[in-house]
Design a protein around this ligand. Sequence first.
Ligand SMILES: [Zn+2]
Ligand SMILES: [Zn+2]
Length: 485
Amino acid sequence: MEIIMGKQTAWNEIDNKTKEILEASDRIWGCAETAFLEDQSVGILCDVLRKEGFTVEENLADVRTAFKGTYGSGKPVIGFLGEFDALSGLDQEAGLSEKKQTHAGAPGHGCGHNMLGTASLAAAIGVKKYLEETGKPGTVIYFGCPGEEGGSGKAFMAKGGAFRGLDAAITWHPGDVTVADTGSSLANYQVAYKFYGVSAHAGGAPHLGRSALDALELMNMGVQFLREHVIPEARIHYAITNTGGYSPNVVQPYAEVLYLIRAPKNRQVEEIYQRVNKIAEGAAHMTETRVEVDFVKGCSNLISNHVIAKKLWDNLTEIGAPEYTDEELAFAKSISEGVGASRFESIEKQSANLPRDEKQKVLEHRGESIYRFVVPFDPVGVMSFGSTDVGDVSWNCPTAQAYVTTWAAGTPGHSWQVVSQGKSGIAHKGLLWAAKAMAGTAIDLFEDPELIKAAKEEMAETLNGEEYLCPIPDGCRPRALGMTK
Ligand SMILES: [Zn+2]
Ligand SMILES: [Zn+2]
């Protein structure tokens, strides 16, 4: 009974602060700042933290837009992770079921991080109230984690020791389904290969030129042959970010390609990276150019802590899905019916591992415009072929995350549809559901030290003696999207 009372305190506090929380989310949606340039968003979140009585530390772990807000003292120390960066080029008008940009080419919150950051903040505010009212020992920390998209901000923060001393970390991500994540994700490295050649008149004196673009093409071809000879879970993506100019009558003296190498474990990424480096050097050798290998960022695979994930699931289930207005349901329907091929992707993926009867039950929701159920707890976990820098936190302390319905069924990630729904009632209700479930989970951990002990034992067993090897090399600094240095 005491546990329930404690949670109710936190949940009431989140209800009391709803206006402030939703305003912060909507304002961050409007800022839509990309990786490591999130100054206004940081300002909005830090203002709320200070107003709510948290001690704020900015420039955390020497990452300019990273910060934390701390309340309480002593053990246990529970962290909530918040993100707030946007995606480039995804500007979209809010509340529409068709694509319409207001500022062509501008960034937009296509991954819902405006909600992500504020729901975690709301959870921290709720837990602070609980600590205050009960007078229990313990610390709650809100981590402002910048540059998740293409930046792996948390890996840089982890490199600087930001997550040391945490007993548990809890986070969430907006989505179209509600599920306590028990799966893993891929580790990755992002590396720029910069080729330097010699320019020459391509018609008059081609023998004097050494083409950086030729080198880049040979590198890509070499990697194409490599793909057959790596583990099947690995992914090697690339983008040519500089072709050396628009003039075919000039031998290109410079060319640049950005590689993203993924695999289930950091050391597997490292192995493939070393092989890709050999190919780059070979291409430079063949073309008599020079290659510079520029490590941009990396992140670790996610280790979901099932003890904490189960508590997230319990809380999500206990609180239950929000009610929606007819207007919200109509908006969800128009979005969902327009998404095309992705419509059933998420529930098919989330149900893939479940026992047959549970799987059937989940799949019965096909065709609904908005999912108002919690996917049954999956003790095995689905492997996601994407990556998240939450992985780097999960190597430092037991970590769990949930996905919570904040948008219409089938809404694809990183899309204009996400941006369009980012300030809707559906988004607002989902983020409050997530906030309450996370606060409830933290309170479960504060109330029952055995849970933290069990979570740590599970983590030790999973790691089996393996130590955290931060993928960020010494001297590597976080950099904004598109920045070559
Ligand atoms: Zn994303
Ligand atoms: Zn995201």
